[in-house]
Design a protein around this ligand. Structure first.
Ligand code: PMV
Length: 312
C-alpha cells in the first residue's frame, strides 16, 4: 500500500494578471486535502474516485482524461513500463471548481502516491512540472501558480517569466495572519473566466495591460507587508485588488455581497480568490473578529466558511 496527500490552496493576490506575466501570491490551505491510496489488486489498474462518481479501469479511460494522463506521465517519469496491478482510491475534501485547487491537489497526491508505490521519491520540481502538464487539461492556459503552491505546500511568490520558466520564491511570514474563506457555493470553471479575460485583453490590450500591471504593483506591496510582519496593511491592498478584478469582469453579485459583508463585520479587507464569477472569496481579519466575520458571511449567503492561518 502507498498513500500521499496534498493540501488545497488559495490565491492571496494577483489571480488572472499572473497569466500575463505579473507576480502573484498563494498559500496552502491545510484544512482541506486530496488523498490518494494505492492498494495491491490481483490484476488491472482500477481507479475509484467516489467524490466524482468515477469507478473505471485505467485502460477504459480516454488518454486525455486528467487522471489517466497523470498516471501515464508519472509512469514515464518513473521509467515504469506498466501501471501497477492495484486499486487507486482518490478522495478529497476540497470543493471542486471553487478556486481551492482541487484538480492540482488530486494530481500532486496521485503522482506522489504512484512514486511511493514504486519506492521512489520524485523531486518537488518534477512533481510540480508533471502537475502543471495536467493543469493544462483542466484549465487551458494555466499560469502554474496552483500546482506550485500545492506541490511545495508553502506560501509562495510566483511569476511566469518571459521565457515561460516559473520564478518561485518561498514567502516568509514573520507575523501569522488569519483568513476566512467564504464559498459562494456556485461552481465556476476557471477556464471560462480565463478565456473571457483573454478575449477582453485581445480586444483592448492597452486597457487590460494597465489593469494587469496595477495588480502586479499590489502584489509587490503585499509581499513587502507580509515579509515585514505587517499583515493589517494587506487589508486595503485586498480591497484594491478586488476592485481591479471587478474591472476584469470576474467578480459576481454573490462574490461582491460576501466581500461587502466581510468588510462590514470588521475584516481588514476582502477580495474574491481564484478564477472568480463564483467559487470563493477571502477576508483578512483580526483573529478576535474571525467568528463574527464567518457568521456575517454565512448570513450574506456563503454556503461554507473555512478559517485558516497563514504562517511559515
Ligand atoms: O480558480 P483557481 O483558484 O484555480 O485560480 C486560477 C487563477 C488564475 O489566475 C485565474 C488562472 C491561473 O492559471 O493562474
Amino acid at each position: 500500500m502507498s498513500a500521499a496527500s496534498a493540501p488545497g490552496k488559495i490565491i492571496l493576490f494577483g489571480e488572472h494578471a499572473v497569466v500575463y506575466g505579473q507576480p502573484a501570491l498563494a498559500v496552502p490551505v491545510t484544512q482541506v486535502a486530496a488523498r490518494v491510496q494505492i492498494r495491491a489488486a490481483a490484476r488491472g489498474c482500477r481507479i475509484l474516485a467516489p467524490d466524482i462518481g468515477l469507478q473505471a479501469d485505467l485502460s477504459a479511460l480516454p488518454a486525455a482524461h486528467p487522471l489517466a494522463a497523470a498516471i501515464r506521465r508519472t509512469l514515464d517519469a518513473l521509467h515504469q513500463p506498466a501501471p501497477p496491478s492495484a486499486e487507486i482510491l482518490i478522495t478529497s475534501s476540497i470543493p471542486v471548481a471553487s478556486g481551492l485547487g482541487s484538480g492540482a491537489a488530486v494530481t500532486a497526491a496521485l503522482i506522489r502516491a504512484l512514486a511511493a508505490w514504486f519506492g521512489e521519491n520524485l523531486p518537488a520540481e518534477t512533481v510540480n512540472a508533471l502537475t502543471y502538464e495536467i493543469e493544462k487539461i483542466h484549465h487551458g492556459t494555466p499560469s502554474g501558480i496552483d500546482n506550485t503552491v500545492i506541490t511545495y505546500a508553502q506560501p509562495v511568490f510566483f511569476q511566469r517569466q518571459a521565457d515561460g520558466a516559473p520564478r518561485i520564491e518561498r514567502l516568509t511570514v514573520p507575523a501569522p495572519f488569519t483568513l476566512i474563506i467564504g464559498d459562494t457555493g456556485l461552481p465556476a470553471p476557471t477556464k471560462t473566466a480565463v478565456s473571457d479575460v483573454r478575449q477582453l485583453w485581445q480586444d483592448n490590450p492597452s486597457r487590460y495591460e494597465r489593469l494587469f500591471a496595477a495588480i502586479g504593483s499590489l502584489v509587490r506591496a503585499a509581499r513587502q507587508a507580509i515579509e515585514r510582519g505587517q499583515p493589517a496593511h494587506l487589508g486595503p491592498l485586498m480591497d484594491e485588488n478586488h476592485a481591479l478584478l471587478q474591472a476584469l469582469t470576474v467578480s459576481s453579485p454573490e462574490l461582491d455581497a460576501l466581500v461587502q459583508a466581510a468588510r462590514a463585520a470588521g475584516a481588514w479587507g476582502a477580495k474574491l480568490s481564484g478564477g472568480g464569477r463564483g467559487g470563493n472569496m477571502i477576508a483578512l481579519c483580526p483573529p478576535e473578529k474571525a467568528s463574527v466575520v464567518a457568521a456575517a458571511l454565512r448570513r450574506a449567503g456563503a454556503k461554507n466558511t473555512l478559517q485558516t492561518t497563514v504562517q511559515t
